[in-house]
Ligand binder design. Sequence first.
Ligand code: FMN
Length: 214
Amino acid sequence: MTNLDLAVLRRDYALASLSETHVDADPIRQFEAWFADALAAQVLEPNAMTLATATSDGVPSARIVLLKGIDAGGFVFFTDYRSRKGAELAENPLAALVFLWKEIERQVRVSGAVSRVMAAESEAYYRSRPLGSRLGAWVSHQSSVIASRAEIEERWQAVSQRFADGDVPLPPHWGGYRVMPDEIEFWQGRPNRLHDRLRYERTSSGWTISRLSP
Ligand SMILES: Cc1cc2nc3c(=O)[nH]c(=O)nc-3n(C[C@H](O)[C@H](O)[C@H](O)COP(=O)(O)O)c2cc1C
């Protein structure tokens, strides 16, 4: 039993509103504007997003990853292709993303098809990472079961010796994915749970915007 009374935790949202007439016609530009607002509001790790994937049978899984790029092509994150998410994306290349910027009472949801980025793009990002992170990508086979913490510490020693000259190449099992959005929803908290929700859907010629009931 817990003595946490979760039912009493509530907060009313009143900071801002979201209107069809003010949003950008392009949801990527709208996302960039909101991301700039999150930065300005000093949201902690505004690029942290929930990534949901699923097996081909539709069994879902979700975890946080970091957004590392955004452009007209979509939302880019980097990971171990051998991980659970990598296996699920190999069999079912669809994903959903959720950003929560609670300090500014906003949520953004994205869904669409996923593809691996070009190796050159992974290489460019990998090269920009600190040495420890580059070594870590060689040390860990992400999502595999290990016997103990000691196992990973030993592998760290071995990998550090192997690449003692500091030239750590991009591991073949590591790289980026790009989520190409079919749908992006912007949510702004409003009083009395009557929130603003605007959903962009991709069409053959651009995007349509609909308002959704809160
Ligand atoms: C704030 C935060 C940022 C993270 N960023 C990443 C990331 O960019 N890439 C990644 O592979 N895992 C990242 N992780 C770890 C994942 O949440 C997860 O544990 C890992 O990717 C394994 O997931 P999987 O077994 O479902 O594949 C992050 C975790 C947190 C809490």
